[in-house]
Design a protein around this ligand. Structure first.
Ligand SMILES: Cc1cc2nc3c(=O)[nH]c(=O)nc-3n(C[C@H](O)[C@H](O)[C@H](O)COP(=O)(O)OP(=O)(O)OC[C@H]3O[C@@H](n4cnc5c(N)ncnc54)[C@H](O)[C@@H]3O)c2cc1C
Length: 360
C-alpha cells in the first residue's frame, strides 16, 4: 500500500494527509505534520475553524493548556492558526466529509457534501463529537418547508426583506437577526421559550425597545403548529407560556435558531472499528483499525482516554510520526527539537535562509 504512495502522481487533488475536522486538535495536527515536512488539507462542516471551542464556548477561559495560565477558547484557536501558518495547509470549510474509502492504489478518496474530492496518502479523523448540525423545528410537516421557508441559517438577509417573519430562539443568532431584520420585514415576531436570553444584553435591550415602539412582537412560549395554503407556508400557531389561548401569526418565512448539536454522522459509516460511538485506536500512533487512517482528539477511544485538548495535542504529535512512517516507510525517523533543528526551523520559516515548509 505504502509503495504506491511514495511517488504520488502530479494529480492536483492529491494531498499527503487530509484531516477531517478543524477543531483545536485537527488544527494542531497540521502543525505537527508540518514540522515533519508533510502537507495537509483540512475539512470542516462548519463555516469556521475551532470546533467546540469556537462553536460552544468561545468566550470562556481555559485554564489547563500548558504554559498558558489562562486562555480564552477563541484565543486558543487564534493562536493555533498563527502557529500553523508556515505550513500553508488548504482549508475546505462549510462542507461535511460524507465519504472516505480506500482506493485500489492504496490512497484514500475523501469526498464532501459540496462536491470537493481529494485523494490522500493518509487520513486523520479529528471529528470531535461529530459534525455540528442545527437543531430542527420539531413540528409536523416541517420537512417540506426546510430550506425554502423554514431556515436554520441565513445566507443572505435580502431574501427576508418585505416579508412576514417568525424568528425562534433566545441566543445571539436569534436576537441579532431580529434586530437586523425588524425594520426591513413587513412584520416580525420573535418567540422564545423562557424569560432569560443567552444573547448580548445590549441586543436584548434593543429588541425590547423595538417591541415598545410597536415595530415587532415578542412572545414567550413555543411554536406548536405550522399553517399552510397547499404547498405555501402562511403562518404558525404559538402557545404562550401564560394563558391558555393560542396565537396565530402570519409568516412567509420562519427562522429557527435553536443552536447546534453534534451528530456523529458519516464517521460511523466508514467501516472503522468503533466502541461507544468513538473510533478505536492504538496508543502508539493513534491509527484506527484501517492502516493509513488515524483518529485523534475527542473522536477516539483507548484505555484511559480523557477528552481533553491536552490529550488531543499529544495524540497529534504521535500520529504525525505514525503518518510519516506510513507514507515513507523507508525513511529513518529520529526526534528533532524545534530549538536546535535547522530543518524544522527552515520549515517554520525562522531560519535565516528559510523557505517555509521546505525540504523534507
Ligand atoms: C463548555 C466546554 C468547556 C470545555 N472546557 C475544556 C477545558 O477547559 N479544557 C479542555 O482540555 N477541554 C475542554 N473542553 C473539551 C474540549 O473542547 C474538547 O476536548 C476539544 O474541543 C476536542 O477537540 P477536537 O478537535 O477533537 O474536536 P472538536 O472541537 O469537537 O472539533 C471537531 C470538528 O470536526 C468537525 N467534523 C466532525 N465530523 C465531520 C465531518 N464528517 N466532516 C467535516 N467536519 C466534521 C466538527 O464540525 C468540528 O468542528 C470543553 C468542552 C466544552 C463543551
Amino acid at each position: 500500500m505504502s509503495e504506491a504512495i511514495q511517488t504520488p502522481a502530479a494529480s492536483p487533488d492529491y494531498v499527503e494527509t487530509v484531516i477531517v475536522g478543524a477543531g483545536p486538535v485537527g488544527l494542531f495536527q497540521i502543525f505537527e505534520l508540518g514540522l515533519l515536512g508533510i502537507k495537509s488539507a483540512i475539512i470542516d462542516s462548519l463555516a469556521q475553524v475551532g470546533g467546540q471551542c469556537t462553536e460552544l464556548y468561545p468566550d470562556k477561559p481555559i485554564y489547563d493548556i500548558p504554559a498558558l495560565p489562562v486562555c480564552g477558547a477563541q484565543e486558543l484557536i487564534d493562536r493555533l492558526l498563527q502557529q500553523l501558518k508556515p505550513f500553508h495547509a488548504t482549508f475546505h470549510l462549510g462542507q461535511e466529509v460524507t465519504e472516505l474509502r480506500p482506493l485500489a492504489d492504496g490512497r484514500f478518496l475523501v469526498a464532501t457534501s459540496l462536491g470537493t474530492r481529494l485523494t490522500a496518502g493518509a487520513v486523520v479523523i479529528a471529528a470531535g463529537v461529530g459534525s455540528f448540525q442545527p437543531r430542527r423545528l420539531a413540528l409536523e410537516g416541517v420537512e417540506q418547508f426546510e430550506g425554502k421557508s423554514v431556515h436554520y441559517r441565513i445566507k443572505s438577509a435580502n431574501d427576508f426583506y418585505g416579508q412576514d417573519l417568525l424568528i425562534c430562539g433566545g441566543g445571539d443568532s436569534a436576537l441579532d437577526w431580529t434586530v437586523a431584520l425588524c425594520e426591513k420585514a413587513r412584520s416580525l415576531t420573535l418567540i422564545h421559550r423562557r424569560a432569560e436570553f443567552r444573547a448580548a444584553p445590549a441586543t436584548v435591550a434593543r429588541m425590547r425597545e423595538l417591541v415598545g415602539a410597536g415595530k415587532m412582537r415578542y412572545v414567550e412560549g413555543q411554536v406548536v403548529a405550522l399553517r399552510r395554503d397547499h404547498h405555501k407556508l402562511t403562518g404558525a400557531v404559538l402557545k404562550p407560556n401564560t394563558g391558555d389561548s393560542l396565537i396565530e401569526v402570519s409568516a412567509d418565512q420562519i427562522l429557527a435558531f435553536y443552536g447546534l448539536h453534534p451528530k456523529l454522522g458519516p464517521v460511523a459509516e466508514w467501516g472503522l472499528e468503533m466502541e461507544k460511538k468513538a473510533l478505536k485506536v492504538n496508543t502508539e500512533n493513534f491509527q484506527t483499525s484501517v492502516p493509513g487512517i488515524f483518529a485523534i482528539g475527542d473522536i477516539n477511544t483507548y484505555p484511559g482516554k480523557k477528552k481533553l485538548i491536552l490529550s488531543g495535542f499529544h495524540e497529534a504529535a504521535l500520529a504525525a510520526f505514525g503518518i510519516q512512517h506510513y507514507l515513507y516507510p523507508q525513511k529513518r525517523q529520529f526526534l528533532q527539537y524545534t530549538t536546535t533543528s535547522p530543518i524544522m526551523q527552515q520549515r517554520l520559516g525562522v531560519a535565516p535562509d528559510s523557505s517555509p515548509a521546505g525540504p523534507r
